[in-house]
Write a new protein. Structure first.
Length: 323
């Protein structure tokens, strides 16, 4: 189980020294409209990635710990700094703090457990991923976010994911960026195509399916994945594109849903129940389910459904909701 896993390939569109905004992707999924009810407080999210810029002003207050499973820093388990940028970007979309400057993540009060399973080159061994998943379960993470993938179906990886789900951990994975825009062809990357994970495809900022987004029967939903502004190395910011960028939108949304629904039902919802609550907050865009699964993540859809007819068809439904 050598270096066969890697960050889902992504594109750096632009880097910036300073920003002050709620990124458009966060707004598109309607996260700010939920913040009066939930900001993900107390929800522990394990980010399995390249580490994190631990001193980034938008992230340092959200990080509660972590561990390094890679060969960076001579395999020192206590050093989970990011030398790549991918993990820092993912972390910012999930939970960047609300500050006077910078960006704000989907769940700005969630707790981040930084599990470094990919090295400075963005590559890793399946053993590192498996150990990272098991560590997240041991640390009682509520959600695991993985914007990574490889070509091989490794039984030990699959078993680790099944174990996490059986322990009521939500596992969110990027679908992959090998897509050809043809819904009739399947592009498979693991663990994103396992049935047990929540597999995320990407759309652009106009809600059009991203050309690069993998299509296959296990796609669960889509989220913004192009020109996504978030935190980056050395306290900076960058706009990146890829299903890696769509995945943390869903991870953060699950943190909001978990806090909100646990309050509403006055108990801890199970993993299947939280998945159902997530899917209830999607809207079909009219594409094949192999491209978009159940549809686009839209956190306020239930409020809108109270005032529209439920027999509207795919595209009309979404247009009516956002009008």
């Amino acid at each position: 189980m050598k270096h066969n896993v890697h960050v889902i390939p992504y594109k750096i569109n632009q880097q910036e020294e300073m920003v002050n905004e709620v990124p458009k992707g966060v707004e598109m999924i309607q996260a700010p409209s939920i913040w009066s009810k939930s900001k993900g407080t107390g929800v522990k999210i394990a980010i399995l990635d390249t580490g994190c810029d631990l001193d980034h002003p938008d992230l340092k207050d959200r990080i509660i710990g972590g561990k390094n499973f890679t060969d960076d820093d001579n395999s020192n388990q206590e050093k989970f700094e990011d030398y790549n940028g991918h993990g820092t970007h993912v972390a910012g979309t999930i939970a960047a703090s609300e500050n006077e400057a910078g960006v704000t993540g989907v769940a700005p009060e969630a707790e981040l457990l930084i599990v470094k399973v990919l090295n400075k080159d963005g590559s890793g061994q399946y053993e590192w991923i498996i150990n990272g998943i098991n560590y997240a379960v041991e640390q009682q993470a509520d959600i695991i976010s993985m914007s990574l993938g490889g070509p091989n179906d490794v039984p030990e990886l699959h078993e680790a994911i099944k174990n996490a789900v059986n322990n009521q951990v939500l596992v969110v994975c990027a679908a992959g960026n090998e897509g050809d825009g043809d819904e009739n062809t399947d592009e498979l990357a693991y663990p994103g195509c396992y049935n047990e994970v929540i597999s995320i495809g990407a759309v652009n900022l106009e809600r059009e399916s991203s050309q690069f987004s993998n299509s296959h029967p296990e796609i669960d939903l889509v989220a913004p994945g192009e020109d996504i502004l978030s935190t980056f190395l050395n306290g900076k910011y960058a706009s990146l594109s890829g299903t890696s960028m769509a995945t943390p939108h869903v991870t953060g949304a699950l943190a909001l849903i978990k806090e909100m629904c646990n309050k509403e039902f006055d108990r801890k919802l199970t993993e299947p129940e939280l998945y159902a609550q997530l899917i209830r907050r999607t809207v079909p865009l009219g594409n094949s389910p192999k491209l978009e699964g159940n549809g686009f993540l839209y956190l306020t859809v239930l409020e809108h459904l109270n005032s529209i007819y439920k027999d509207e068809v795919n595209g009309k439904l979404f247009n009516k909701i956002i009008s």
